[in-house]
Write a protein that binds this ligand. Structure first.
Ligand code: PLP
Length: 400
C-alpha cells in the first residue's frame, strides 16, 4: 500500500456521459462537438450545478475580463455537491476575481516588454515563446496571459506569423521554439502541419515544443491523425498542464498514451493553487498518476501575480514544503522543479528547499531528506582554488 493510494482521485475514471446523458459516444468523442457544447454562460451553468452567489456574480464579471468556457469533458469532473471542488476552483469564475490586490498586474511576467514582434516573446538567449492563438479549449481562472487570452479583456493578440518567421530565420541564436497562446492544438491538423513545417525548415531551430492543456481539457482532440502530424516534425516535445489527479481520467490517459506512442516526450507544468493542489497527498497522487501516463513532472509554478488571483495563490513556503515532501520520499522522476516566474520579467527562477547547511573551500555540509547531516570534502587543489576564488567568497555563502 502506497502513501497516496488513499487519495480519492488516485484511480483513472471515465466521467462520460455525466451531465450529457443523451449524447452518443460518436458525438462525445468528436472534439468539435465538445467545443460547440462548451459551458460559456451563467444560464447553462445554473442548469448543470447549484451555483454559489459569488459564482453567479463572478461569471457575469468575467465577461469583461476572461471568458467562462469549459468543455463538457472537463465540466463532468466537477463535484456538484462541493463548492470548494478543486476542479471547479480552476474554471468557474468567482467574485474575488473582480478584486485586484496592489501587488497584482495585467502582465506579471513582463512579456509585452520582451516582444520584438507581436506574438513572439524573446526573453531568454536561445529560445522563444510563440503565441499562436488567443483561444483555449477551456479557460483557467488564474491564466498568466488573461490580458489577451479568450478575447474578453482589453488587450488583443495580433500575431504576425510571417514577420515572426522572418525574425526566427534571422536570429540564428534561437534553437528552441515553444508554441503557446492560447492553445496551438486548437488549430486544424493542416494548419498545425504548415506551422510546424515552416519552423522545421529553419535550420538552426533544433527543438520545438508545444505547451498545451488540450490533452486535459479536450482529450478527444488527440486523434491518430493529429498524432501522425506531430510525428512528422520530430524532435517535438510537449508540456501539458495538469493540477489535480482527478484531471487524469481514462480518456486523458489514453490521449497522453497516443502522444507518447508517437514519440512525443511529455512533461507537465502544474501551478500551485490554493484549495486545488496545495497539499502533499494531492501532489503525490498527481505526480504518481503522471508517471503512469508517461508524463514527467517538469515545473511546479508559483502562481503568477495576475489580477484577481489572490484567492487562488498559495504561499511560496507551501510549494517548498511540498517539494521537500517529495524529494527522497518518491521517485526522482516524480519531483518537478518549483519555480517563480520573477514579477516584472526576470524569467523562471528555481526555488528549492535548503539542503546545504555550510559550504567553504574545504567542505560542504548538507542534510538529506530525513534530516541527517553529511559532509563532503570540497574537491580540487586548495592552492588553485585560493588563487581563482576571491577571498571570503565561499565564506559568505552560509546557507541555513
Ligand atoms: C517559460 C518560458 C520559456 C521556456 O522556459 P524553459 O525553462 O526552457 O522551459 C521560454 N520563454 C518564455 C518567455 C517563457 O516564459
Amino acid at each position: 500500500m502506497h502513501q497516496d493510494d488513499q487519495h480519492p482521485d488516485k484511480t483513472f475514471v471515465s466521467h462520460f456521459p455525466g451531465h450529457w446523458p443523451g449524447v452518443s459516444p460518436e458525438d462525445w468523442n468528436d472534439w468539435k462537438w465538445q467545443m460547440r457544447h462548451r459551458v460559456t454562460t451563467v444560464e447553462q451553468l445554473e442548469k448543470l450545478i447549484p451555483l454559489e452567489p459569488g459564482e453567479r456574480a463572478g461569471v457575469i464579471l468575467s465577461g469583461t475580463k476572461l471568458s467562462l468556457g469549459v468543455t463538457p469533458h472537463f465540466f463532468n469532473l466537477i463535484d456538484p455537491e462541493n463548492p470548494e471542488c478543486p476542479i471547479r476552483r480552476q474554471v468557474i469564475p468567482r467574485m474575488e476575481e473582480a478584486t485586484t490586490s496592489p501587488e497584482e498586474m495585467a502582465d506579471p511576467c513582463g512579456e509585452d516588454a520582451h516582444m520584438p514582434v507581436e506574438g513572439l516573446v524573446h526573453r531568454y538567449p536561445d529560445r522563444v515563446l510563440f503565441l499562436v492563438t488567443d483561444r483555449c479549449a477551456s479557460y483557467c481562472r488564474y491564466c498568466t496571459r488573461s490580458r489577451v487570452v479568450s478575447g474578453a479583456g482589453d488587450q488583443e493578440l495580433h500575431t504576425n506569423f510571417e514577420e515572426i518567421f522572418r525574425y526566427l530565420e534571422k536570429h540564428t541564436e534561437v534553437r528552441d521554439v515553444l508554441l503557446s497562446g492560447g492553445d496551438a492544438l486548437l488549430f486544424s491538423d493542416e494548419r498545425l502541419d504548415y506551422l510546424l513545417g515552416r519552423l522545421r525548415a529553419i535550420p538552426h531551430i533544433e527543438f520545438v515544443r508545444i505547451g498545451s492543456r488540450v490533452p486535459i481539457f479536450l482529450p478527444q482532440r488527440v486523434t491518430p491523425a493529429l498524432c501522425a502530424v506531430l510525428r512528422k516534425h520530430h524532435p517535438l516535445w510537449m508540456s501539458v498542464h495538469v493540477n489535480h489527479p482527478r484531471e487524469l481520467t481514462v480518456e486523458v490517459r489514453d490521449a497522453l498514451g497516443r502522444l507518447a506512442d508517437h514519440g512525443v516526450p511529455l512533461g507537465n507544468q502544474s501551478v500551485l493553487l490554493r484549495g486545488v493542489n496545495d497539499d502533499l497527498p494531492t501532489m503525490l497522487a498527481l505526480v504518481h498518476k503522471l508517471l503512469q501516463c508517461r508524463v514527467r513532472p517538469y515545473y511546479l509554478y508559483q502562481c503568477d501575480l495576475i489580477r484577481g488571483s489572490a484567492h487562488l495563490r498559495a504561499p511560496v513556503s507551501k510549494g517548498i514544503e511540498i517539494i521537500e515532501g517529495l524529494r527522497g520520499f518518491t521517485s526522482g522522476y516524480a519531483v518537478p522543479q518549483f519555480v517563480i516566474d520573477a514579477p516584472g520579467g526576470g524569467g523562471k527562477v528555481p526555488v528549492n528547499p535548503g539542503y546545504v547547511i555550510y559550504h567553504d573551500k574545504e567542505k560542504v555540509v548538507f542534510r538529506n531528506f530525513e534530516g541527517k547531516i553529511f559532509e563532503y570534502p570540497e574537491a580540487g587543489d586548495p592552492a588553485i582554488l585560493q588563487e581563482t576564488v576571491p577571498d571570503g567568497l565561499f565564506e559568505d555563502y552560509i546557507y541555513s
